[in-house]
Design a protein around this ligand. Structure first.
Ligand code: CTP
Length: 405
C-alpha cells in the first residue's frame, strides 16, 4: 500500500551492482510504484536501458542532449516524483553530487531535485573507506540526503568487506520511509511482539500461538512513519525490521526487564506481545526424564507488564491488545480500565483468518475516550497503520495539551 501510485525516480550509475537495480525495479513495480529510470553513461556499460524499459514500461532517460532527450527533463524529473533513489551510487557519482557538479543528465537532475533522496553506495571496500568518499557522504548527509550503509560481504572485485549494494528488499524498506507520512517523526516508540517461552527444563517450555507478526508490522510501520523504534521481541522466526532496534528476550520476566528499562524514555508503548501469564514455579536444571505415569506441575503467575508500567507513566501513550475468544468488547474495556490504557486493540481469535500466525487481522480499536472503530479484515501492516494513526493523534493532542498548560 505504501508505494501504490507513488512515483519513484531511480538513478543508476556505473558499477557492477547496476544489475541488482533491475531487481529493485521489479520489487517496486510489484508494489504498484511507477518507476522512472535515469542511467549514467557508464551504467549502460553494465546493463542495457532496454532492461529497465521492459521492467518499468517507461522510456529510460540516458542523455541531456540529442534526439532521445526530452526538453526540460533535467529539471522536471527530480521535482515531479515522490522520492529519488540512487542505486548503485558510485564513488564518482557521490563525489559529483557532493561537489555540486552537473555534467550529465543524472547529476543535473540532482542539482534541481526537490524531493527526498535515498543514496545507496556500492563500490570496492577501499574506495568506500577512502576519507574523500566518506567526507563526501557526510556532506550529502548534512544536506538531508538519506544514506544506506553498504552491506558487508564478498565484492565483485574479489575483496571482502563493506561495499556491497544492500539487498533490494532493504532498499525498498528504506525507501518506504521516504514516501510515508511522517506523523511519528521525533517520537520514540516501544513495541513488544511475539510469545514468551517459560522453561520447564533445558529443552521444554510453556508458550502460546503468537507469531509476532502484528507486533513486527507495528514496529516496521512506526519506523516508516518517522519514529525511532525499539522492538522487544519474544522468540520468533521473523527478521528484524529495517531501521528498528530489536531486543530479543525469552521469558515474561526478561520482557518485563527490557520494557522497564526503556519505558521512561518512550513516548508510546504498544504491548502487542502475547505474554505468558504463568511460568513453571521451578525450572529444572537437568532434563526431566520420562519416569512417571502422570506428572503435575506448579505454575506461578507472571507479573503483568502493563500494570507494572502504569505507575511509571509520565507522558507515555500506552496501548494494549486483547485477543479474545468471547465477550470481545466487554473484556477489552475491562482490560483497558484495569491496565490504565489509553487505547486497546481487540481481536476475535476464533476466526481462522484473523489473529495468531496469519498475515491478516480484523480488529476493533477502542480508545479510552471516544467511539470504537471496527476495521474490516486487513493485512497486519494495514492494521498497524490504522493503530499508529490513532497513536499519532493522541501524541499530538498530548503535546498540544502540554504546550497549552
Ligand atoms: N500483558 C502484559 N503482561 C502480562 C500479560 C499480558 O503486559 N503478563 C499485556 C498484553 O501484552 C496485552 C494485554 O496485556 O497488551 C492484554 O493481554 P491478555 O493476555 O489479553 O490479558 P490478560 O490480562 O493476561 O487477561 P486474560 O489472559 O485473563 O484474558
Amino acid at each position: 500500500m505504501v508505494f501504490a501510485g507513488k512515483r519513484i525516480l531511480l538513478g543508476v550509475s556505473g558499477g557492477i551492482a547496476a544489475y541488482k537495480a533491475a531487481e529493485l525495479v521489479r520489487r517496486l513495480v510489484g508494489l504498484s510504484a511507477r518507476v522512472k529510470v535515469v542511467m549514467t553513461r557508464s551504467a549502460q556499460e553494465f546493463v542495457g536501458p532496454l532492461t529497465f524499459q521492459a521492467l518499468t514500461g517507461e522510456k529510460v532517460a540516458t542523455a541531456m542532449f540529442g534526439p532521445e532527450s526530452e526538453p526540460l527533463e533535467h529539471i522536471s524529473l527530480g521535482q515531479e516524483v515522490d522520492a529519488i533513489v540512487l542505486a548503485p551510487a558510485t564513488a564518482n557519482l557521490i563525489g559529483k553530487l557532493a561537489g555540486g557538479l552537473g555534467d550529465d543528465l543524472l547529476t543535473t537532475i540532482m542539482l534541481a531535485a526537490t524531493k527526498p533522496v535515498l543514496l545507496c553506495p556500492a563500490m570496492n571496500v577501499e574506495m568506500w573507506a577512502n576519507p574523500v568518499v566518506q567526507g563526501n557522504v557526510a556532506r550529502l548527509q548534512g544536506r538531508g540526503i538519506t544514506v544506506m550503509e553498504p552491506a558487508s560481504g564478498s565484492l565483485a572485485c574479489g575483496a571482502v568487506g563493506l561495499g556491497r549494494l544492500p539487498e533490494p528488499d532493504l532498499i525498498v524498506e528504506a525507501l518506504a520511509r521516504l514516501v510515508s507520512p511522517q506523523d511519528l517523526a521525533g517520537y520514540k516508540v516501544l513495541v513488544t511482539a511475539g510469545p514468551t517461552h517459560e522453561d520447564f527444563d533445558p529443552v521444554r517450555f510453556l508458550t502460546n500461538r503468537s507469531s509476532g507478526k502484528q507486533g513486527y508490522a507495528l514496529a516496521r510501520v512506526a519506523w516508516r512513519r518517522g519514529a525511532a523504534v525499539t522492538l522487544v521481541s519474544g522468540p520468533t522466526a521473523l527478521a528484524a525490521p529495517y531501521g528498528v532496534n530489536r531486543v530479543m528476550v525469552r521469558s515474561a520476566r526478561d520482557m518485563l526487564a527490557a520494557v522497564r528499562e526503556r519505558f521512561v524514555e518512550a513516548d508510546a508503548l504498544l504491548m502487542a506481545a502475547a505474554v505468558s501469564d504463568y511460568r513453571p514455579t521451578q525450572a529444572e536444571i537437568l532434563k526431566i526424564k520420562r519416569c512417571h505415569e502422570e506428572m503435575q506441575f506448579h505454575l506461578t503467575q507472571n507479573a503483568d507488564i502493563l500494570k507494572q508500567m502504569a505507575p511509571k507513566k509520565t507522558r507515555q501513550i500506552v496501548v494494549g491488545f486483547a485477543a479474545e475468544t468471547h465477550d470481545l468488547e466487554a473484556e477489552a474495556r475491562r482490560k483497558m480500565q484495569e491496565k490504565q490504557l489509553d487505547l486497546i486493540v481487540a481481536n476475535d481469535v476464533n476466526r481462522p483468518d484473523s489473529g495468531f500466525q496469519v498475515d491478516t487481522n480484523e480488529v476493533t480499536i477502542i480508545p479510552r475516550e471516544g467511539e470504537p472503530v471496527s476495521l474490516p479484515l486487513l493485512s497486519k501492516e494495514e492494521v498497524a497503520a490504522k493503530i499508529l494513526e490513532v497513536v499519532a493523534g493522541l501524541l499530538k493532542a498530548r503535546d498540544w495539551g502540554t504546550a497549552g498548560a
